[in-house]
Design a protein around this ligand. Sequence first.
Ligand code: E4P
Length: 219
Amino acid sequence: MKFFVDTADIADIKEMADTGLLDGVTTNPSLIAKSGRDFMEVTKEICDLVDGPVSAEVVALDHETMMKEAETLRKIADNVCIKVPLTIDGLKTCKKLTADGTQVNVTLCFSANQALLAAKAGATFVSPFVGRHDDNGFDGMELIADIRRIYDNYDFGTEILVASIRNPVHVLQSARIGADVATMPPAVIKGLFKHVLTDKGIEGFVADWEKTGQTIPTS
Ligand code: E4P
């Protein structure tokens, strides 16, 4: 399973990239607004920091302008992945861009039928939003399982990128289902490393080691 970080905060991205476990980055207009940075500038910086795909979202709602925006965005770097909304215009844009070899992430997916359409449009990634789905009384993980089943039925190559993840349990459930990618806020990624028994174990080993009065030579 690939791990993407869902942020436009450069310090957070650097910290995650330093773990060696980061496979890509997703941003959206809200995250760009939160960063307070210039969209083109911050996207370029992110693309230089990670080798994997960096999703940058178009903001137009019509196909023609989406294509023009995508044209600008894809010039930023080779690893830019154009993010388009799951609408008729978004999927028309997806079909055209992927036919040209450009990576496309179809975002704001809330139903298995929408995911089916995204795959038929040749999407590189589809982003079902599990947290927002749960918030509205639906079952986000049921959606991921449905999409997995449908994509496997037809051997679609579109990768399921689980988005709007709110906690480590979402990640665990996505991995069990066989989702391809999880994009997470930095706090959720950090949470994956944590276990109370790991901390307690380290505390015990350190205390016992100190009693030996020994050191391990480091040079
Ligand atoms: C995904 O690409 C989106 O940027 C993101 O996961 C949305 O998450 P939110 O529902 O926490 O805003």
